[in-house]
Design a protein around this ligand. Structure first.
Ligand code: NAD
Length: 333
């Protein structure tokens, strides 16, 4: 399989190595809005760099998009119009209209798609989902989700990121739906500006919290940060009438017990997403190769990602307006 690859920044360069190393991949063509960056990463990986993003869509069998969020919709539509299977990092677009435009384009073209919600490939989240589905927790009543970065992204990332709910917490909204099999009904979200000026200047926050209700009455709470000094902290607690499971509570959890004599967890916490989720990133690219070859159904379609985006949009609106927002208000707008 020959793969065209667009966007080799923080995550793109790492994804490109995983793509190159997949046994079915015979060639990779890298492009970036910054051609010097594409050239540098291509040299490091021993693959071809092309001058413009459009060149990465020629003479290839599939496309991977890991460019900035603001570029996703246009690139995905171009890939669809070229008839190419496409993997794209989350979120699908910067807004609802863009996400719907992508959905229309990929459906019209009939191309396979996969969106980068790698938590669906993480062993802990998958085990929690299995436990919920098997009834091992009894009736699920409450969930708590955390996505906290150890350090903020570079300042130029923030203005086009879509804000913390669309950029970061979309992972929580996706996994909440995937683990429980329920849809989010309402959201109340809040946030604070305690960090760099770029967050406030972009209409964004760097500390976040939300309360969500699911369509069966299950309650969920959410916390996030761009400044979690203890480390990259991604966890989910699922509590039911018969038991509670925690994802991300292992020896490397970015936590210190306040209980005297309790040493756990004793490992070194992760500092960023790539090392925390490496096996999941590898598994999602392996899945995409199978999706592109028509050997499996997409594990995360654009339609699926649109549902999670509605929740992110509702949370963003809730924080701005200081009120509870029903997801149907956003879905039907
Ligand atoms: N799934 C995850 O865990 C995860 C983690 C980090 C980032 N992401 C997503 O990946 C995407 C990239 O994030 P990042 O942290 O690597 O950002 P980044 O700013 O480090 O890199 C973005 C790259 O895209 C390039 N680019 C921008 N517009 C382009 C265009 N029109 N055509 C081609 N290239 C273009 C930039 O030059 C840059 O090299 C974002 O959508 C982000 O939401 C996902």
């Amino acid at each position: 399989m020959r793969v065209g690859f667009v966007g080799v920044g923080r995550i793109g360069a790492a994804h490109a190595q995983v793509v190159r190393d997949h046994p079915a991949v015979t060639a990779v063509k890298l492009a970036d809005a910054d051609p010097a960056r594409a050239g540098k990463v291509a040299d490091e990986l021993g693959v071809e760099a092309v001058a413009a993003p459009g060149d990465a869509f020629r003479d290839v069998d599939a496309v991977v998009i890991a460019a900035a969020t603001s570029a996703h919709a246009e690139l995905m539509i171009a890939a669809a119009e070229a008839g190419l299977p496409v993997f794209c990092e989350k979120p699908v677009a910067a807004d609802v209209a863009g996400t719907r435009a992508v959905l229309a384009a990929v459906e019209a073209a009939g191309v396979p798609t996969q969106i980068g919600f790698q938590r669906r490939f993480d062993a802990g989240y998958a085990a929690a989902r299995d436990a919920v589905r098997a009834g091992a927790l009894g009736e699920v009543r409450r969930l708590h989700l955390i996505t906290a970065d150890a350090e903020p992204p570079h300042p130029s990332y923030v203005p086009t990121s879509g804000g913390i709910f669309r950029d970061c917490h979309i992972h929580d909204f996706d996994i909440l739906r995937w683990v429980t099999g329920r849809e989010v009904a309402t959201v109340y979200a809040t946030g604070a500006n305690r960090g760099a000026e770029v967050f406030a200047a972009s209409g964004d926050v760097d500390e976040s919290a939300a309360v969500l209700t699911l369509d069966d009455g299950t309650l969920a709470t959410l916390q996030g940060s761009r400044y979690n000094g203890a480390g990259y902290d991604v966890r989910m607690e699922v509590a039911g009438t018969a038991g509670t499971h925690v994802v991300g509570l292992d020896d490397q959890a970015a936590l210190t017990s306040a209980e005297p004599g309790v040493a756990f967890p004793e490992g070194t916490p992760f500092r960023e997403f790539w090392s925390r989720f490496l096996p999941a990133y590898q598994a999602e690219i392996a899945a995409f190769v199978d999706v592109a070859r028509g050997e499996r159904e997409s594990p995360c379609t654009v339609a699926d990602a649109l549902e999670s985006f509605y929740v992110a949009e509702a949370a963003t609106l809730s924080r701005r307006e200081g009120r509870v927002v029903t997801v149907s208000e956003v879905r039907e707008a």
